[in-house]
Design a protein around this ligand. Structure first.
Ligand SMILES: [Zn+2]
Length: 80
């Protein structure tokens, strides 16, 4: 099996990354890159969602801790 350059049509060996004739990246390499980019963008979106969720959880726990602390202070004031 051999790979043909999309730019100049030169025949290259199957696992060649670049055309031996014109130096262009071979088509199957470009397809692989596109697939990787799609996966990377999807996973980065997931990472952003996870970060946002983490911040929401942190904010909720901070607010609830503050509310709990404030209510305890109010109860102490009422007691004394
Ligand atoms: Zn070429």
């Amino acid at each position: 099996m051999s790979a043909y350059c999309q730019k100049c049509g030169a025949e290259n060996i199957d696992n060649a990354k670049f055309c031996k004739s014109c130096g262009a990246a071979l088509y199957f390499e470009a397809e692989q890159k596109n697939g990787t980019e799609n996966r990377t963008s999807k996973s980065s979106t997931m990472q952003t969602v996870k970060k946002v969720l983490l911040w929401i959880v942190v904010l909720i726990s901070l607010i609830s801790a503050f509310v709990l602390f404030y209510s305890i202070q109010e109860q102490k004031k009422m007691g004394s």
